[in-house]
Design a protein around this ligand. Structure first.
Ligand SMILES: [Zn+2]
Length: 62
């Protein structure tokens, strides 16, 4: 399964339906998350980690 498919499953399991994908970037509430494979090996791990894209960090709100 692709990272994208795993991320989609993770988000939907969390009850979030308001999201979209911009290529391989997950966008939720205007925040972009890059997808990373998770290798922690926890039995309940869904194999994907969402990392807030640094592109939006530091955005100035005035
Ligand atoms: Zn994990």
């Amino acid at each position: 399964m692709s990272l994208k498919a795993m991320a989609q499953e993770k988000v939907e399991r969390a009850g979030i339906s308001n999201y979209s994908f911009d290529h391989d970037v997950l966008v939720m509430c205007g925040v972009r998350y890059t997808l990373e494979a998770c290798t922690c090996g926890e039995p309940d791990c869904d194999g994907v980690r969402l990392r807030k894209s640094p592109k939006v960090i530091g955005r100035v709100l005035q």
